[in-house]
Design a protein around this ligand. Structure first.
Ligand code: KQY
Length: 372
């Protein structure tokens, strides 16, 4: 496994859509008590359910710190591979490698710079040095050569691609002063083109209301298939989310993707606003420098934050009347995939959801030297 000095685009690699075939899925075990309540035990139980569900469709690997190794092994089913891996928290969508493939089915990793969603400007914790090493470690375990996007800050949850040249992101995140303030919008597009084989970037404005990631795109929209996207929606005009979703809808209705297609947009209703309860807030350690979990704060709940597995969809449930509607919407959008809903409030309390705690590794074909 070696660090490559070229770029994916120069070498003929592109990031495939999540809906394309996977080799497997990576996750990281939650444990930090200043983010997860009650010693992270309820979150760990939810992560086990997500891992079990995904393992119905594809192999799952869980990265776990040395401290938690035995506990994770004892809670996870045998089919989940457990690998010791230091980390600062469990958001492998953002800290793991973004994988790219070429026409021969060779898979390589991209290792972005990670700064805990905003570094010293508005990052969520300090330090984040172990998180920043996760992508390279995953590539090592998987024997994948990798590209290092030195000096370019990016989280996997801030992008979605259609695998055919289009990337979707939000201005709120990628143009934030806490990511790459030294780069212009055009220079950021060029980086995305070089590292992901992208020809066109579609910029949404803002993500889900009060999303602590500076509006990651993976919480507000996703790509169902090239030309079809799903957008988080509310009909409640008094909700600040209404204006955000409406702004993005108008923008997307007037866009075409890299292949010149007009976009089909499926609306996914949001659950009712979900607030942190007193008990939930009280169960989280209060540590200076870490985002506090205050009673009454609104969480960035969205059904869009689901994982597309081989033949399946693993999606969040919020014990909300719209859980059923979410299932119906997903069934219409993905008629050939089995749907598994997971009670996800404990994941949401940590600031993200199922998509944020998973990272797909695309399917590969063995290359001549056996390292693909
Ligand atoms: O949404 C994500 N991709 C990550 C959420 C991170 C929250 C950290 N507390």
């Amino acid at each position: 496994m070696k660090k490559l000095s070229s770029t994916p685009k120069k070498d003929g690699f592109r990031m495939p859509g999540e809906f394309e075939a996977h080799e497997g899925c990576w996750m990281l075990w939650p444990e930090r008590t200043d983010n997860w309540r009650l010693g992270a035990k309820p979150a760990q139980a939810a992560f086990v359910k997500v891992a079990e569900a995904i393992a119905e469709f594809e192999p799952v690997t869980m990265g776990v710190s040395a401290r938690q190794y035995d506990n994770a092994v004892n809670h996870l089913p045998d089919c989940v591979r457990v690998v010791e891996m230091s980390n600062d928290d469990s958001w492998v969508r953002d800290t793991g490698a973004t994988f790219v493939t070429n026409d021969d089915g060779v898979v390589r990793g991209v290792d972005w710079e990670f700064n805990a969603w905003g570094g010293l400007v508005d990052g969520l914790y300090f330090p984040w040095d172990q998180d920043d090493r996760v992508a390279q470690k995953i590539c090592g375990v998987e024997r994948k050569d990798f590209y290092k996007a030195d000096g370019f800050v990016l989280e996997g949850g801030s992008i979605h691609v259609d695998g055919e040249g289009t990337l979707y992101t939000t201005e709120e995140c990628l143009l934030s002063e806490s990511r790459n303030p030294h780069l212009s919008k055009q220079e950021i597009e060029e980086k995305l083109g070089e590292y992901l084989g992208i020809e066109k970037v579609i910029w949404l404005k803002r993500g889900i209301y009060n999303d602590e990631t500076n509006g990651h795109v993976d919480n507000i929209m996703c790509v169902v298939k090239p030309g079809t996207i799903m957008l988080a929606w509310t009909e409640d005009k008094n909700d600040p989310q209404y204006e955000i979703s409406m702004e993005n809808l108008k923008l997307l209705e007037n866009e075409t993707d890299a292949k010149g297609r007009k976009l089909e947009i499926i609306k996914m209703m949001l659950p009712k606003p979900i607030l942190i309860s007193k008990d939930e807030s009280g169960g989280v350690d209060m540590v200076d420098g870490t985002l506090p979990r205050d009673e009454g704060d609104r969480l960035a709940a969205s059904y869009i934050n689901f994982y597309i597995a081989n033949g399946g969809i693993v999606y969040p449930l919020f014990n909300d009347p719209n859980d059923t509607l979410a299932e119906e919407t997903l069934r219409r959008a993905f008629p050939d995939r089995k749907l598994i809903g997971i009670e996800a409030r404990e994941i949401l309390l940590g600031g993200g959801n199922i998509h944020c705690i998973t990272q797909q590794q695309p399917a590969s074909k063995l290359s001549g030297d056996g390292t693909n």
